[in-house]
Ligand binder design. Sequence first.
Ligand SMILES: NC(=O)c1ccc[n+]([C@@H]2O[C@H](COP(=O)([O-])OP(=O)(O)OC[C@H]3O[C@@H](n4cnc5c(N)ncnc54)[C@H](OP(=O)(O)O)[C@@H]3O)[C@@H](O)[C@H]2O)c1
Length: 316
Amino acid sequence: MRILVTGGTGLVGTQVVNRLTKRGDAVLVLSRSEKAREKLPPGATLIVGDPTQEGPWLDEIPACDGVIHLAGESIAAGRWTAEFKKRVLDSRVLSTSLIAEKLAGQPMRADGSPKAFISASAIGYYGSFTANATEFIESDLPGSGFLADVCVQWERSTEAARLAGVRVAIIRVGVVLAADGGALPKLLVPFKMFVGGPVGGGRQWMSWIHVDDLAGLFLHALDHAEASGPINGTAPEPLTNWGFGKTLGGVLSRPSWFPTPAIGLRILLGEMAELATKGQRVIPSQAKALGYDFQYPLLEKALRHLLNKKLPGSDS
Ligand SMILES: NC(=O)c1ccc[n+]([C@@H]2O[C@H](COP(=O)([O-])OP(=O)(O)OC[C@H]3O[C@@H](n4cnc5c(N)ncnc54)[C@H](OP(=O)(O)O)[C@@H]3O)[C@@H](O)[C@H]2O)c1
């Protein structure tokens, strides 16, 4: 297949591009930077362009069988000022609309089957809570707040493609755990200093996913004609922040009882502190229905793999 990947230089996109090229797909990686070329694997071609603006990059889409769309300003990249929030929203909504409209112009593949548009969204869709044990699945209504509003608009921006007959799947991504980026390296710091423990009371839910499982889920959605609509990109066993810290402390052989008060984080990070102090309990009900086989369904196995901490006498 010939696939355009936006955000292919990021934490998740790098894994997605590696997997696609390894299995022999022709991959076009859209990046705003020429420098991305140095890091691309063999089989991937760089297209330089800004996904939020019209440009020659859009002309690559008609010849593609599908688009995997991961680009977006990182929500953890700055304080949540009005200007920053606009960048977060625009980078998702403008880019998604441009891709959706271009796909709508030629929605079918050469063999007559629909093209696939696999777009990221986030579990912030369901709202963010300090203590709410409700299990959210894909059919649940959106919550409220900045992140939920962004996700609703982001997902809605795919509509032109869906209405034209493109198969649209939206992966609502959870907290991605990876060895070299995202949340995990930040979560590790207090534990390594022997002051790890629950953040802001610890009752907020953390719906995490190992980056390998998430990349696999994007490809699963690309490959399976029955994959459409929202699909939660989270592991089957979310934990509270307290439970997450206990498991992380156990894997690292470090204490996990030292509390971090929410007020300190709010002073330090402003509104962005909600990324650490709030969460949601999300169940990957569609991934299960699609038969997706999680390699890391349980947190301990995921952490041991990412932190290279094998159980004595075990291979994993
Ligand atoms: N990581 C998580 O825990 C998490 C959680 C929930 C949802 N998600 C979503 O999943 C997707 C992939 O996540 P990720 O962690 O791989 O993201 P990432 O590492 O931050 O990479 C996103 C990519 O988007 C592009 N980008 C950044 N700012 C942009 C802007 N202002 N305008 C246009 N493009 C921009 C960058 O590509 P270039 O610099 O090469 O152009 C970057 O490589 C994102 O949409 C993210 O919102 C991630």
